[in-house]
Design a protein around this ligand. Structure first.
Ligand code: GDP
Ligand code: MG
Length: 297
C-alpha cells in the first residue's frame, strides 16, 4: 500500500491522507461529492455513536472543499480517514470501493449512509444493534409502518414508485430497495459478491440488496425518518432514474445465481498503487479507486 494519497489526477493542492488504519471491527463509510455543508456534522455524530467504529469518507475530489474539512478532522482523530478518487466516478463504484476496502482491511461489520444528513447517523447504531441481534444485513426503510419520508412532490413520487415496483418485481419481502442506509456482517457475505456488481451508478443499491437476498442472507428492515437535504444539491440525474428502471427489469427476469468473479492475483493498481483492483465481467481488471485498468491478455 502507498503511504499517502492522492492518486494521480488530483490537483497538487488536494489534501493528502494516509492510508486509513483499522482501529475497530466496524467500518462506516460515507460517499461524498460536494457535501461541505454537512460532512463535519456527519463525522461528529458518527464519532459519538455508542459502537466504536472507523469512518472512511469516499470522496470523488469534490471541488467545494469537502476534503479540506475531512482532512482537518482526520488530522486530530485516527478513526477518521478518506479514500480520494480523481473525479466523479459514480455512487455505485464508490460503494464497491467501500466494500473492497473493508475486506482488504479485515473489518467484520460494515455500515453506510448518505452524507447529506437525510439519514440520521444515530440510525447507524440501530442498524448495528440489529446485526448484534442476529441479522446478517440491516436496512433503514422509509416505507415500513412508523417510518417518515420528508420528500414532497416528484421526489416522493419517484422514491415511492421505484420501491413499490421493486417489491412487485423482485419479491424479496422488503419495503426499501434503493437506500444506502445499510449495515452488514461482512463475515457472512461471500467475498466478491458485492465488488463484482456491474452497476457503477445509483442502480447499484438495488443490485446489491438483490444479491444479498439471493445469497440467502437474513435481512432486517427498521423504520427510519428520512429528511430532505438542507445543504447542497442532489446528484441523481434523470438518466440514472431511467437506467434504474432497466436495471430493475433485468434483475427481475434474470434470476440465475450471481456470478462472483475471482479476485485478481495482484490487488495493487499499476496506476495509483492502491489495493483495489477488481475483475470486471469483460475480463478487464479495474481499480475501484482511480478506474485505472488492465485489458485482458
Ligand atoms: N463518491 C461519490 N459520492 C457520490 C456520488 N454521487 C453521489 N454521491 C454521494 O452519495 C450520497 C447520495 O447522493 P444524493 O445526491 O444525496 O442522492 P439522493 O439522496 O438520491 O438525492 C451523497 O452523500 C452524495 O454526496 C459520486 O459519484 N461519487
Ligand atoms: Mg440525498
Amino acid at each position: 500500500m502507498t503511504a499517502h494519497q492522492p492518486a494521480p489526477g488530483l490537483p497538487a493542492h488536494a489534501p493528502k491522507f494516509a492510508q486509513p488504519a483499522r482501529t475497530s471491527d466496524t467500518l462506516v463509510f460515507v460517499c461524498t461529492y460536494n457535501e461541505s455543508g454537512s460532512i463535519a456534522t456527519m463525522l461528529d455524530r458518527l464519532l459519538a455513536l455508542k459502537a466504536r467504529c472507523d469512518i472512511v469518507v469516499i470522496d470523488d475530489n469534490s471541488p467545494d472543499g469537502t476534503l479540506d474539512i475531512v482532512a482537518r478532522r482526520a488530522a486530530e482523530e485516527p478513526r477518521v480517514g478518506a479514500l480520494v478518487r480523481p473525479r466523479k466516478l459514480g455512487l455505485g463504484s464508490a460503494h464497491k470501493l467501500g466494500w473492497a476496502h473493508a475486506r482488504r482491511m479485515g473489518y467484520t461489520r460494515i455500515a453506510t449512509l448518505d452524507a447529506d444528513l437525510s439519514h440520521d447517523p444515530a440510525d447507524v447504531q440501530r442498524l448495528l444493534d440489529q446485526l448484534d441481534a442476529g441479522a446478517d444485513v440491516a436496512i433503514g426503510s422509509r416505507f415500513l409502518p412508523g417510518a417518515r419520508l420528508d420528500y414532497r412532490g416528484i421526489r416522493r413520487f419517484v422514491s415511492q414508485t421505484a420501491n413499490v415496483l421493486a417489491s412487485m418485481f423482485l419479491r424479496m419481502g422488503l419495503t426499501e430497495h434503493t437506500t444506502s442506509l445499510r449495515a452488514a456482517r461482512l463475515d457472512r457475505v461471500p467475498v466478491g459478491l458485492i465488488e463484482s456488481i456491474k452497476n457503477d451508478g445509483y442502480s447499484f443499491q438495488v443490485a446489491c440488496i438483490a444479491r444479498l437476498v439471493r445469497a440467502g442472507l437474513t435481512i432486517k428492515e427498521i423504520p427510519i425518518h428520512f429528511r430532505d437535504r438542507h445543504h447542497g444539491q442532489s446528484k441523481i440525474s434523470k438518466r440514472e432514474a431511467v437506467y434504474g428502471m432497466i436495471n430493475l427489469l433485468s434483475l427481475a427476469f434474470d434470476r440465475r445465481p450471481s456470478v462472483v468473479l475471482p479476485e485478481p492475483s495482484s490487488l495493487e493498481c499499476p496506476v495509483c498503487a492502491r489495493p483495489y483492483m477488481v475483475r470486471r465481467h469483460s475480463g478487464e481488471l479495474r481499480c475501484l479507486a482511480c478506474f485505472g485498468s488492465i485489458e485482458p491478455s
